[in-house]
Design a protein around this ligand. Structure first.
Ligand SMILES: [Zn+2]
Length: 218
């Protein structure tokens, strides 16, 4: 996960250290006078999984301003507001270029991610449906904010528009996960054995999504 930034440390007459979420990657610390900054950093490191969980609930507050960073296939790139651009948003040379005329900036990003996710997912589903030996019916990109994907018993696959934000290995895991549901419509041991056959290293993706999932929101 990305480093947790300590926004501020409030010294107080207390016995324990309290951690409050400020944003998706920053916290405010309430600490006794005798606990050093180094000790606080140690505590953050020790409990980083639990903290990630708390932070995941802290809403990402997007401002859509110059230099703000947005994810694209696992990396974060700055936003540039540009004039004289006919399309609302493009990604070029490691920069998101948003037209200054766009009123609903979030929507411009949503549409961009949706289109990009559709491209990526259709390619990966076609690759992995063969490897998993399953046939699917349809693929749809949804506006889901909390789940990455879902699958119906009939083999209709749904993926969140946020898929394009993730690193390729995590995307592949989500695709394989949903495809394997066509065979095993549950999260049983048999289901995870199917996943493992195709992606022996899938545990890495599960952990990655658990710890970093909160970063990939609009
Ligand atoms: Zn599942």
């Amino acid at each position: 996960m990305e480093r947790i930034k300590i926004e501020k440390i409030v010294r107080a007459k207390r016995k324990t250290v309290r951690i409050d979420a400020i944003s998706e990657n920053s916290v405010c610390i309430y600490a006794p006078h005798n606990v050093s900054v180094q000790e606080i950093e140690k505590i953050l490191l020790k409990h980083k999984r639990a903290i990630a969980k708390i932070l995941s609930k802290a809403k990402v507050k997007r401002k859509f301003v110059e230099s703000e960073k947005f994810p694209n296939t696992g990396k974060f790139y700055p936003l540039k507001i540009v004039e004289n651009q006919t399309v609302p948003l493009i990604f070029e040379n490691g920069t998101f270029r948003l037209s200054g005329n766009v009123k609903d900036k979030r929507k411009a990003f949503f549409e961009w991610y949706k289109a990009r996710s559709a491209e990526i997912v259709s390619e990966r589903v076609s690759v992995f449906s063969k490897r998993c030996g399953v046939e699917y019916r349809s693929v749809k990109i949804t506006s889901a904010e909390s789940r990455w994907g879902s699958c119906s018993k009939k083999g209709n696959l749904n993926f969140s528009y946020r898929i394009a934000m993730l690193p390729p290995f995590a995307i592949d895991y989500i695709v394989v996960h949903e495809l394997c549901h066509i065979i095993e419509f549950n999260h049983s041991k048999a289901f995870y054995e199917l996943v493992e056959k195709v992606l022996p290293d899938y545990g890495k993706s599960v952990r990655y999504l658990k710890e970093n999932g909160y970063l990939f929101r609009l």
